[in-house]
Design a protein around this ligand. Structure first.
Ligand code: 5CA
Ligand code: ZN
Length: 401
């Protein structure tokens, strides 16, 4: 069972055959902070639970390697935007590997998909679900998605995934990369599909006109290409509920005639020093910096797993210290169990029963804090088959003891 944002209820994320997962990837500047790590670890746990249940998992993740904030950072620091993106993507991959996060089958950079995204925009124009808005900044037109047109043409209702009213959607759109006040749009909530080439900005020639993709369409096209329509779970941090997932869902429905995904799953947000950890605020705790300072990546993992993936929580030295203690306790218990394994008939707890409890906790909306508590209790006692517990902790929680 996993919580679905659209229906606001616990649902079975039960794949028919293959579990198909899309998680929105990073915009590669200032990677990888603890908020990113926490979101990717939530979906890593989902992947581990599916694998444990015997499903094949097919996982795709985008990389937003062309977008306004990336370009702004590149300009501000005098670095070429491609160099900035490449360096940060490499760092992100190293950070993910250090945290033992199982990589997606497809990491897809938007710059690899420009042609296909431009073709999708053409399709939407041809179907009358997209329209041109001229701009004085370019000889070409910007192209917008017609939310009203899409709702009559596709199985999609604006606001249905996020459960938000129009006033809230308008406010969030202005806050999160939208442009509700742009003149010439049919509806303030219509999002940009294609940004016409402007002086000093990267752009690509395309049938729709020289330009570059808008944000939401990248995820719709990448997900449709690699996972197909109506896939199992669309994931990301809670900050993506609106407008990003609402509108990438709308684009995908308009293109495919089907829902984007069966379940929309969102991880809570990690804060630091009282505010959401974010690149724009700069209040970051970076995985790479912690690693450099000698923090064991397993302790970072256990810090995140000690919080339920849907809760909002704050990174502090104290939560990391708790996880470091837990890692030491567990490691010591495993080492001690190896030494005393042939001590004769002393009363012990059953590894099979403990693992069943851990599985039950994880199947209940990925309740990792409960799983950790079960293991705390078990590892404080003598276990009949300690190797089984070590293997289960590795497979289900990604922590090698
Ligand atoms: N490239 C887009 C998605 S298409 C993007 O949101 N990039 S990002 O780098 O800003 O964030 C990458 C992922 O980390 C997203 O799923 C986002 O929801 C998540 N995320 C960002 N900040 C936090 C935070 N403070 N806590 C939890 N998750 C976060
Ligand atoms: Zn996305």
């Amino acid at each position: 069972m996993i919580f679905d944002t659209a229906t606001q209820s616990l649902v079975q994320a039960k794949p028919h055959d293959i579990a198909r997962l899309y998680v929105c990837g990073i915009t590669p500047y200032d990677a990888t902070h603890m908020g990113h790590a926490s979101t990717y670890l939530a979906f890593d746990t989902l992947q581990r639970v599916w694998r444990d249940a015997g499903y094949h998992v097919h996982y795709a993740q985008n990389i937003t390697d062309i977008d306004d904030p990336l370009l702004e950072r590149a300009t501000a620091t005098g670095v070429d935007w491609r160099t900035l993106a490449d360096d940060q993507i490499e760092l992100f991959r190293q950070d993910m590997a250090s945290l033992d996060i199982i990589p997606p089958d497809h990491y897809v950079a938007v710059t690899e998909m420009i042609g296909e995204i431009a073709e999708a925009v053409c399709t939407l124009l041809d179907r009358g679900i997209a329209y041109r808005v001229p701009t004085e900044e370019s000889d070409e037109d910007d192209i917008y998605f017609d939310t009203a047109g899409a709702q009559s043409a596709a199985p999609w209702v604006l606001g249905e995934e996020s459960n938000l009213d129009r006033a809230t959607m308008l406010a969030l759109s202005a806050e999160r990369g939208g442009d509700p006040d742009r003149a010439g749009k049919r509806d303030p909530l219509d999002p940009l599909l294609w940004r016409a080439a402007r002086a000093g900005e990267p752009s690509w020639p395309a049938r729709v006109g020289e330009g570059r993709p808008g944000w939401h369409i990248e995820c719709s096209v990448i997900a449709l290409k690699h996972l197909g329509k109506d896939f199992t779970v669309q994931g990301g941090g809670y900050d993506l509920v609106f407008p990003h997932h609402e509108l990438s869902g709308g684009h995908a429905s308009a293109l495919s005639g089907h829902r984007l995904a069966q379940v929309y799953s969102h991880a809570g947000l990690v804060a630091y020093q009282g505010e959401k950890m974010s690149k724009s605020l700069g209040n970051l705790v970076l995985v790479s910096r912690l690693r450099e300072s000698g923090v064991d990546p397993r302790a970072i993992r256990l810090t995140i797993l000690a919080h339920h993936y849907r809760s909002n929580w704050e990174w502090t030295d104290a939560v990391l210290a708790d996880a470091t203690d837990r890692l030491e306790r567990w490691s010591a218990a495993v080492a001690a169990s190896a030494e005393t394994s042939d001590d004769g008939p002393v009363q012990s707890v059953s590894a099979t029963a403990i693992i069943a409890d851990v599985r039950m906790a994880l199947n209940n909306d990925l309740d990792t804090p409960a799983a950790l508590r079960i293991l705390d209790g078990a590892l404080a006692q003598r276990i009949d088959e300690p190797r089984q517990i070590v293997n289960a902790i590795k497979a289900l929680l990604g922590v090698a003891l």
